[in-house]
Design a protein around this ligand. Sequence first.
Ligand SMILES: Cc1ncc(COP(=O)(O)O)c(C=O)c1O
Length: 435
Amino acid sequence: MNKKYKSRTIGNHQLSPETLMMGYGYSPSLSEGSLKPPVFQTSTFVFQTAEEGKAFFELAYGLREKEESEEIGLIYSRINNPNLEVLEDRLAVWDNAEKSLVFASGMAAISTSLWAYLRPGDVLICSEPIYGGTEYLSRYILPEFNIKRVGFNAEDGEKGMEVAAQEARDIIKETGGRVGAIFLETPANPTNGLVDIALARRISESFSKDGTRPPVIVDNTFLGPLWQTPLDHGADITIMSLTKYVGGHSDLIAGSSSGSEKWMGPIQGMRTILGTMADPHTGWILMRSLETLKLRMEASNAGAKKVASFLKAHEKVSAVWHLDDLPDGTEDKELFERQCRAGGSTFAFEIHGGEAEAFKVLNALQVIKLAVSLGGTETLASHPAAMTHSDFTQKDRDRLGIKDSLIRISVGVENPEDLIVDLAQALDQISGVVA
Ligand SMILES: Cc1ncc(COP(=O)(O)O)c(C=O)c1O
């Protein structure tokens, strides 16, 4: 199973990612002809000889260079497992990466990637707002390890990032530390604020020293992998919570980190030591999900456009933060067209009123489920200020536009007309009078 079946072409014809999701990286001949890869539910793998075991460990622990055509053999499921290896090959196709790694959650992917690159004394430059878990990690936990966070608001565009870079320069001048990483979430959760990945790369290069520079890490959960490919725009590492669109059925928790072999090496080493990899069964379900990923993401994207248009025209809705609605001639619109292929299906909208009115709408929904998370086949709605972003201070919520009147929706693959009828009857529950 350690041989790879990786043809991406027929003659000169390049096969599409959606086609490769059915067979890439797996040969039935290695598993009794089984069309689908079995679940390799095993903790460890038997070596044919002690010499073979020694050779596998030499490569896994980086004790010597790989010989040409040599592959790292299977050792132990915290280090590698066939389900994860095939899945990682397929995710790398979508991410346009040399290598992908799969983790037990999106947060495991984020934290392991950051632990691989940050050291005490470092500065982390970070876009805002970010997912609540990443916010907590970078604002409260990393500082306990003497890692300083310098944030900038995605809405402040180029200027905001330049100001944060200067602040980081001033800090490291004083402390003698370094910028350890630049972390972006674009589009941002829940505002859909966009961050310029190419600019972040230029800033990373401005911190180059002794042949190294801080990696640009992008959380691509909202649009990945179909509608945005951060590695094509200058990112070094792209991360997804696979719990969302890739898993796609709200029935698992997982994450991924992708990039070049060089950037992934330390992350893979850290994953082995922290034990933050996904389990084989989750890997198997994710491979099944990948077969329908494009169909699902196209359907939910089309449905979200219809739902957003309906909300935009509704008298009780004061704003819709869908990426298809960005005004022409703005920095955001230019960035969207340069960086993204579509607006995706997760967005927030504001109603006239406050928390009480938002709760009334959420409580009245019949088809749409009241739950956090996104990217599943079913449509979910939630209240960021009281739920996913409730551990932000009121001041930060105000600064970042996470208002009490804000509802986040993740459109699934239902008939959008049914969703519109559901939203219409829920919005009927409020008066629409400005609070
Ligand atoms: C943008 C984003 N990144 C990361 C995560 C964390 O993913 P997980 O819940 O799989 O750990 C989430 C979860 O909602 C998210 O929305």
